[in-house]
Design a binder for this molecule. Structure first.
Ligand code: ATP
Ligand code: MG
Length: 426
């Protein structure tokens, strides 16, 4: 019978790699906690309508990339393609806004998009994201950018570039949209097919096209920055000033428009030179229109999402997988010894040590080979003689020094044992 393989565009994160993920998650958790961001966990599937309304039907995500299906109750369900819509739905559904003030939320988890899989682009991928709800202040925009930069820097990433832009408010966008359509229409035949279609539906997105000829044409398109009203202009200047105050370098990129419809004012991306075609690690911006669009009170908001696969590709280029060293490897042979070994291992684990217990039942020689490979600081050995006397042989793997000790004594002074183990660690 044939074996079954993971679906195209999905992959297993094996134990050999998971250390990177844990490192990212714990750094993020710590930094977000210090920033008074609170975690929110929303369902992986939602009513399809949430994304149609919240992301917009003219976007690639909704138009082409969603995993949408009917469940057995004939409801249209979609696997979430991103995290913002769900977080905002939850914010409205639980009237989180009625707690007053600003809500700082973060989330992480798998997202699903039907895309062409390639390095850094999958059909199930993971995002870490933040949303700050309730503040229209430029400080909120600058803060979320600073938090993203802090996470990426803490992980040791280099060669990152922050691009920022403003897409203004609705009115600015309408004026700009017209100017853009006027500029692009004479080139219509030369645009890539997607962009031709977008000319009427979503012309701003043409600026985002990855097609070479379209990019060339877009280069001379009018700049949205020339169409910002005075409020939008002031907001954008404040964001830039605050980024400078924070010591965060940035580049203005007037062609940066996020793929999603609900964005207003600040849009930004953090890109890496070391990722090839899928260069964007973090994308985000302000989305003052979304909460109201989804039926909540008029609430300004700003956020971002980091693509964790891309982040981890970068980490892997930089450093070895973080290892957590094993304290003990326990080998045993003989019925009584094997039973005592299990009890001893379990007591050591409860006392806070990391312990691998050899369960194979093979001869001592093979067990010792595995002990060597395990990377444990020390090996504990139990045979018939040790079982008889309730002792255990303690062997330090680095020095090969070995001595016998009563099992009870080993468990008695765990602080001293911890010190000894730490002093032997490489
Ligand atoms: P791209 O232009 O690369 O498709 P996007 O604009 O669709 O990105 P967002 O919706 O802003 O991306 O998502 C934020 C981040 O999530 C991206 O910058 C990227 O790091 C990551 N991401 C998005 N789609 C995928 C995917 N299919 N596989 C892996 N990571 C992804
Ligand atoms: Mg995309």
């Amino acid at each position: 019978m044939g074996t079954i393989q993971a679906l195209r565009g999905t992959r297993d994160i094996l134990p050999e790699e998971v250390g990177y993920w844990q490192r990212v998650e714990s750094a993020a958790r710590q930094i977000l906690g210090r920033g008074a961001y609170r975690e929110i966990r929303t369902p992986i599937f939602e009513p399809t309508e949430l994304f149609e309304r919240g992301i917009g039907e003219a976007t690639d995500v909704v138009g082409k990339e969603m995993y949408t299906f009917k469940d057995k109750g004939d409801r249209s369900i979609t696997l979430r393609p991103e995290g913002t819509a769900g977080a905002v739905r939850s914010y409205i559904e639980h009237s989180i806004y009625s707690q007053g003030g600003i809500q700082r939320l973060w989330y992480t988890g798998p997202m699903f998009r039907y895309e062409r899989p390639q390095a850094g682009r999958q059909r199930q991928f993971h995002q870490l994201g933040v949303e700050v709800l309730g503040s229209a202040d430029a400080r909120a925009d600058a803060e979320v950018i600073a938090i993203a930069a802090n996470i990426l820097q803490t992980l040791g990433l280099k060669n990152l570039r922050l691009n920022i832009n403003s897409v203004g408010d609705l009115e600015d966008r309408q004026r700009y949209r017209q100017a853009l359509v006027d500029y692009l229409t004479p080139y219509k035949d030369q645009l890539d097919p997607d962009s031709q279609e977008r000319l009427s539906r979503n012309p701003l997105r043409i600026l985002d096209s990855k097609d070479e000829r379209t990019q060339e044409i877009a280069k001379d398109a009018p700049s949205i920055l020339d169409y910002l009203g005075s409020n939008s202009q002031r907001h954008f200047e404040q964001v830039q000033q605050l980024l400078s105050d924070l010591g965060i370098d940035y580049e203005l990129n007037p062609r940066l428009v996020r793929g999603l419809d609900y964005y207003t004012h600040t849009a930004f991306e953090i890109q890496s030179d070391d990722l090839g075609a899928q260069a964007t690690v973090c994308g985000g911006g302000r989305y003052d229109g979304l909460v109201k669009e989804l039926g909540g009170p008029d609430t300004p908001a700003v956020g971002w999402a980091i693509g964790l696969e891309r982040l981890i590709l970068l980490l892997q280029q930089l450093q070895e997988q973080p290892q957590s060293a094993l304290d003990f490897y326990v080998v045993s042979k003989g019925d009584r010894a094997e039973a005592q070994a299990l009890v001893l291992a379990q007591k050591l684990r409860q006392a806070g040590f990391s312990v691998d217990l050899d369960l194979t039942g093979s001869g001592f020689k093979k067990q010792f080979t595995r002990a060597d490979k395990s990377g444990a600081v020390a090996c504990l050995i139990l045979g018939d003689e040790e079982a008889e006397n309730h002792t255990v042989k303690l062997k330090w793997m680095a020095s090969k020094e070995q001595n016998a000790i009563a099992q009870a004594e080993l468990l008695e002074n765990t602080d001293e044992l911890r010190r000894q183990l730490d002093s032997q660690k490489p």
